[in-house]
Design a protein around this ligand. Structure first.
Ligand SMILES: Cc1cc2nc3c(=O)[nH]c(=O)nc-3n(C[C@H](O)[C@H](O)[C@H](O)COP(=O)(O)OP(=O)(O)OC[C@H]3O[C@@H](n4cnc5c(N)ncnc54)[C@H](O)[C@@H]3O)c2cc1C
Ligand SMILES: NC(=O)c1ccc[n+]([C@@H]2O[C@H](COP(=O)([O-])OP(=O)(O)OC[C@H]3O[C@@H](n4cnc5c(N)ncnc54)[C@H](OP(=O)(O)O)[C@@H]3O)[C@@H](O)[C@H]2O)c1
Length: 272
């Protein structure tokens, strides 16, 4: 019995933003086109080099093939680009999966789950609201997909995107987002950096996103009031950021959307 290949997809392109941040594009080998909603995610997998090889004396083990390390990734591309999926990924120091991912070059095989998952979408948010999207690091990925998919459709009154990163070089979509916000009055882009030295060539905001989410500061920067009747907040990335923002926003009357609060106006995706 031949051993099943664990791979079903191919890396077709990678764009390295810096040595630890990149955009990866994958295509299913079957040619299947994947339907998804902006904000959803899927799973990538690579063979675990530390796993014991399949037992040659066990047909079940041989059929199963080598063990994969799997990780979830938000889809950064647009649903209309059906031929491939794009992901925006940071390489974690000592990270088990991203260490392997960084070794890949175009043409290399991977596992990409064709089952798309997740409820972190704009479903259930009425048109014409103010949307406040808050990402830390690569947490901007689903917002990139949402923003580009729904631009110019009347989906929001104002969209404010807070993009919190350590360094300027980590703002991977900075040029494109700045240009889009310049062209589109309904979009406000607020990048903020936390670790740049004082003399860095940066005129923008500094500090963690919470400072910007202070109601007075937020209104001053955006002209929009953080009003629970008008705003929906979407948080993505660091779980500590999500917990702290949820607590602070709760004091303003925002409610986390969950089974008991289907009309809640805080939506989140934790990356770990
Ligand atoms: C629904 C979902 C969507 C995700 N989407 C993305 C995405 O679009 N891009 C992406 O880069 N990651 C994303 N992640 C995280 C991703 O699944 C992996 O956890 C990450 O790539 C690290 O894998 P690793 O094996 O290299 O590191 P691990 O050995 O798993 O190390 C994990 C540790 O690294 C830190 N960490 C993990 N992910 C991040 C991150 N993105 N930014 C900063 N620190 C992190 C945490 O401290 C965590 O404990 C997502 C996670 C979930 C659950
Ligand atoms: N960024 C790089 O240049 C770089 C280079 C090589 C490797 N890496 C690897 O990448 C990993 C992830 O780095 P990352 O910079 O993408 O993600 P990150 O550590 O999640 O940081 C992204 C942004 O989120 C902020 N943040 C962290 N915790 C927060 C909280 N509780 N509330 C609000 N904001 C919070 C950070 O601020 P603070 O700065 O205040 O924490 C930073 O501005 C690192 O652990 C490292 O292994 C990164």
């Amino acid at each position: 019995m031949s051993q099943a290949t664990p791979y079903n997809a191919t890396l077709i392109e990678r764009e390295d933003i810096h040595d630890a941040l990149a955009i990866f594009k994958f295509q299913l080998d079957s040619g299947q086109e994947l339907d998804f909603k902006p904000g959803q995610y899927t799973t990538l997998g690579l063979v675990d080099p530390d796993a014991p090889p399949p037992n040659p004396n066990s047909p079940a083990s041989r059929k199963k093939g080598p063990r994969l390390i799997r990780r979830a990734y938000s889809i950064a591309s647009l649903p209309k680009s059906k031929s491939h999926l794009e992901f925006y990924i940071v390489r974690i120091n000592e990270g088990k999966f991203t260490r392997l991912l960084w070794q890949l070059k175009p043409g290399d095989p991977v596992f990409m789950d064709h089952k798309i998952k997740g409820t972190f979408t704009l479903d259930g948010i009425p048109d014409g609201k103010d949307l406040v999207m808050v990402g830390t690091g690569t947490g901007v990925a689903p917002f990139w997909s949402m923003l580009n998919t729904y631009r110019n459709t009347g989906r929001w009154r104002k969209l404010i995107l807070l993009d919190g990163c350590r360094y300027i070089k980590d703002l991977g979509y900075y040029d494109q987002l700045t240009r889009i916000a310049d062209e589109d009055d309904s979009i406000i882009y607020l990048p903020t950096v936390t670790r740049e030295p004082d003399d860095a060539p940066w005129q923008g905001l500094r500090g963690r996103v919470h400072g910007i989410l202070e109601p007075e500061q937020f209104a001053k920067l955006t002209g929009v009031n953080l009003d629970p009747d008008r705003c929906h907040i979407l948080l993505c990335g660091s779980p500590q950021m999500i917990d702290q923002a949820t607590e602070n926003l709760g004091k303003l009357g925002f409610i986390t959307r969950d089974r008991d609060h289907p009309d809640g106006n805080i939506h989140f995706e934790r990356y770990w």
